[in-house]
Design a protein around this ligand. Sequence first.
Ligand SMILES: Nc1ncnc2c1ncn2[C@@H]1O[C@H](COP(=O)(O)OP(=O)(O)OP(=O)(O)O)[C@@H](O)[C@H]1O
Length: 575
Amino acid sequence: MKELLRGLKPYWLSVASVLVLIFLQSLSTVYLPRQMSDIVDIGVVRGDVPYILRVGALMLLVSIAAAACSIIAGYLSSRVAAGFGRTLRSKVFTHVENFTLHEFDQIGTSSLITRTTNDITQVQQLVNMMLRLMIRAPLTAVGGIIMAFYTDAKLAIVVVVVMPVLGLVIYLVYSRATALFRTMQKKIDTLNRVVRENLTGIRVIRSFNRMDYEQARFDKASFDLTNTATKVNQTMASLTPAMMIVLNFSTIAIIWFGGIRIDHGAMQIGSLMAFIQYVTQILFAIMMVSMMFFVIPRASASAARINQVLQMVPEIQDPVHAKQANEVRGTVEFRHVTFSYPGAEHPAIEDVSFQARPGQVTAIIGGTGAGKSTLVSLIPRFYEVDEGCILVDGVDVREMSQKHLREKIGFVPQRAVLFSGTVAENLRYGNEHATEEEIRHAADVAQATSFVLEMQDGFDSNLDQGGMNVSGGQKQRLSIARSLVRKPEIYVFDDSFSALDFKTEAQLQSALKSEVGDATVVVVAQRVSTVVDADQIIVLDGGRVVGMGSHSALLDSCQVYREIVSSQLAEGETA
Ligand SMILES: Nc1ncnc2c1ncn2[C@@H]1O[C@H](COP(=O)(O)OP(=O)(O)OP(=O)(O)O)[C@@H](O)[C@H]1O
């Protein structure tokens, strides 16, 4: 928590102003009952109307000033807390952006969303509350105790008796609520995960008629959260009546003993009224502090979850002295590369060596799970290799900055990902300075123009979140166009033609050939027709290279390749 609160530094002036304003406001709460006591004991008893008016006017002015202090302090503290929340959110977001896929898996996407939103809101609320109560509650309580003793030391014994009772009530409620608050954040995570899976997997859920099952899963997560939240609220709600009972009994005791003291002439009525006010103030101050005790456990549970994210060091870091790799253009070389996913028994890629050269197409083919996607995801350094090295333009990717490396690459992932926004905005993702002409040209090459122009607003048509309003093949074509807009040195197509029909794929491949020019092209494919014309085909099996060469050479030399070919092409077509 302390580490996060350091984020308040830039707001020190506002924080200081809030504390001063609250201090002034608290002084008024100590000052006013004393004046009221004087009005009764001096003004009313002596029938001195001018005195009553004078002191009354003074009290009115003090009250107005106190109200003004409170309003300004409230405004400033809300601004500080909101600013603090915004800065923390952007810090977490920026940090998470540097995570490798491995770190995402470790915490979980839903939990990362809860941490960036709900958890930060909890800490933000604590900051707001702390700023207002940190000074006010202790000052009001201590001031009230001093003034109560000053007004009537003997009657103040009632306060001494009541305080431990109050402490016990708060302790009992607090200890029950703390544990419940911790579990609540975890249950919010679970609910978020269920909702997210339901929304993103809605088609599968419907097609498998699993709505009832998912509804039950959602209800369970939701009831679970509701139960915990209800228990927390019940526990917290019991605090106020319990404290009110203590307060009311204290008031009865004060009036009882105060009445006896007035009877004996040891106390005046005004003093008794002021005394009751001081005791009420003390109890309310304790109540305010106890409210903070409830917010603190929840916020500190949230702070720990936020810190866990902030303290995670991304596995992949830029080198201190990054090398530029501009002398050669577009070569990709794997040298004895081995890579395993964390926790996996076998390497996904084992001892892979090859070179992909500019102006050439290098295709990677192999069965499902052979390691094709893993291999190409090592080129932009999405993961770190365990052994061997990958050179891009002659420089080890670990010696370059990630930005410099990725600027060279146009990556088309296996599952096309589009963002909400217009078609043109999505294509500009590849290069924000691309002209309209370049956008249209890229769409032409990717065989996307015809369907884009059929959309209501052409290139200005809106795409839904994740590109839900276009087909799988259309998404792939837009995703390819986006990489073309970038005009990179190296193209990586990870099974990016799989959703296209043969005719569209053939048209796209021939348009691509002249478009990519002397760039290096690495194509992952399941279909032999996609790789047949490649300059070099790499055959993967179980993460190992089992064949490398042209189509015809592999047909002669590689058993696995022959099997793939014969499983896809009719006899006679293979040669
Ligand atoms: N994020 C991951 N975490 C752990 N293991 C993974 C992960 N991604 C892939 N694997 C495993 O690594 C191996 C290679 O997977 P990869 O996705 O590279 O295969 P692929 O050849 O691209 O398959 P496909 O053609 O089906 O896409 C598989 O055994 C797979 O289960």
